[in-house]
Design a binder for this molecule. Structure first.
Ligand SMILES: O=C(CO)COP(=O)(O)O
Length: 249
């Protein structure tokens, strides 16, 4: 049985009061067994979240990290600092970072490696644009992003990585990939991984992201290669996010 994982990426949203709402809503929450739930707020809220989530099953994630441990890098945050705040997961290669902040596959890989070195679980985000999908390049683009990172890791490191497939055209648009579209690409990612090692491929946790919400989550999560979700907008609404977590059981 693979790990089920629901992660809420708040992006540059949220507030200390939303952290408190989540703390209250998830205190003593009875989530389905074997479902891990991660909240990924902006950096300034991590400490408040650490306190507020004490009696909840919620784990903490961060949205990015700098590959360097410390030094003269104004505005940046290192993996070591995140570990001090009991952060367990970190996103690398989110399409917004790739697009808006020009992160290359190489820079994404440096971040992923830094995460592994300090013991954070990297969630490697990959996905094609609408133009790439329309041009029939979906698998090529996604496997290039996955392959760039995975081929440079040793088998033990590969085992630690979670991969999130987020078609860029489905992010924040309300236009979810159909379960079949998502399943097709995610089966392709797992098959790619099987070229390294079939057991690892079987254990790989694969998340779908892109307009996942309380209504469509169950159908997406019922697909054989979808083990969880990376949720944006709907993770800012306590009730919706709670419902998505319940449908992962
Ligand atoms: O980018 C996402 C999560 O990382 C998905 O965002 P939405 O759920 O808002 O489409």
């Amino acid at each position: 049985m693979r790990t089920r994982l629901i992660a809420g990426n708040w992006k540059m949203n949220g507030s200390t009061s939303l952290i408190d709402d989540f703390g209250r809503a998830f205190t003593d929450a009875a989530l389905p067994e074997a479902v891990k739930v991660v909240v990924i707020p902006p950096f300034p809220y991590l400490e408040a979240a650490r306190q507020a989530f004490r009696n909840t099953p919620l784990q903490l994630g961060a949205q990015t990290l700098n590959p360097i441990d410390s030094g003269a890098h104004t505005g940046e945050v290192s993996g070591r600092m995140l570990k001090e705040l009991e952060v367990r997961y970190v996103l690398v290669g989110h399409s917004e970072r790739r697009e808006l902040y020009r992160e290359s596959d190489e820079q994404v890989f440096d971040r992923l490696l830094a995460a592994l070195h300090v013991g954070l679980v990297p969630i490697l985000c990959v996905g094609e644009s609408l133009a790439e999908r329309d041009a029939g390049q979906t698998m090529e683009v996604v496997l290039r992003q996955v392959g760039y990172a995975m081929a440079r890791l040793d088998p033990e490191q590969r085992q630690q990585v979670v991969i999130a497939y987020e078609p860029v055209w489905a992010i924040g648009t309300g236009r979810t990939a159909t379960p079949e579209q998502a399943q097709e690409v995610m089966a392709g990612i797992r098959a790619y991984q099987a070229e390294f090692n079939t057991t690892l491929a079987e254990q790989l946790t694969l998340l779908y992201g892109g307009s996942m919400n309380a209504k469509n989550a169950a159908e997406l999560l019922a697909q054989p290669d979808i083990d969880g979700g990376l949720v944006g907008g709907a993770s800012l609404k306590t009730d919706d996010f709670y419902a998505i977590c319940q449908s992962a059981g």
